[in-house]
Design a protein around this ligand. Sequence first.
Ligand SMILES: C[S@@+](CC[C@H](N)C(=O)[O-])C[C@H]1O[C@@H](n2cnc3c(N)ncnc32)[C@H](O)[C@@H]1O
Length: 260
Amino acid sequence: MKSIEPARLQADDHLTNKIRDFWVRNVNAERIYGRTVSAHQRGADRYFEELEQQRFRSHRHLMAWIEAMHPGRSVLEVGCGVGLDTFALAAHGLQVTAIDLTEVGVATAKSRFDRSRMSGDFAVADACHLPFEDNRFDYVYSFGVLHHVADTAQSIRQILRVLRPGGEARVMLYHRRSLNEVVHRLTRIPFEEKAELCPVVRRFTRAEARRLFSDYSEVHVHADYLYGEGYGALFRMTPLWLYMPLSRLMGWHLMIRAIK
Ligand SMILES: C[S@@+](CC[C@H](N)C(=O)[O-])C[C@H]1O[C@@H](n2cnc3c(N)ncnc32)[C@H](O)[C@@H]1O
């Protein structure tokens, strides 16, 4: 039977190298559901515009999640990719530091900040070994990343370390008890629909997510994002009065807010 996830996972450098190579070959948000989102050159203004249009059209819950953060405070984004959310965080008035495992992600995100004269610090780094001192950031933001790293629990401990006391982690992890999990299992479509299997794609129940953040003083978890544009006409035609409560029940995104 066709596999939709790799058979063996081992948290070591070899695995992290495989993860890095995968995301270099499959730069996030550039290809969605088998189509190229923008024909423009990576890093061009129109490239970012078209990637953003697609992202925010599909991820209806995302802007409110970003805008609930207090402007003026510091935020570390873990796994920024080409920096779509990074740019939204900075535009919202946060002082942004962003890391990604890939040079291509960091360079693309940084080039846009430089061209727009926006301030932000960027580095190539691993979520499991954050190169920052303890108690440094007001927020740590990470969307759709920590379920792809070699050791999710270690990355969450690292985030706790770099948050200041009272600081807040805002993390999205994939949800196992979701409609999307059922659909992918039934159709045998891989969880990351790329040209090759993503080395690590974990999914968590609400209880497992709470356990991962059990060293934090407070944890709030809710589900969102029932499905996106990959579901075609179904996504466009599902009325919001139905989409919203079903998202809370069995959405694909576990939205986690955890206070240090
Ligand atoms: C699904 S993409 C999400 C990117 C971005 N947050 C977004 O929502 O568009 C996953 C990203 O996580 C990065 N990543 C994977 N493992 C990582 C790690 N151990 N440390 C830092 N970034 C990592 C990848 O390079 C990739 O850019």
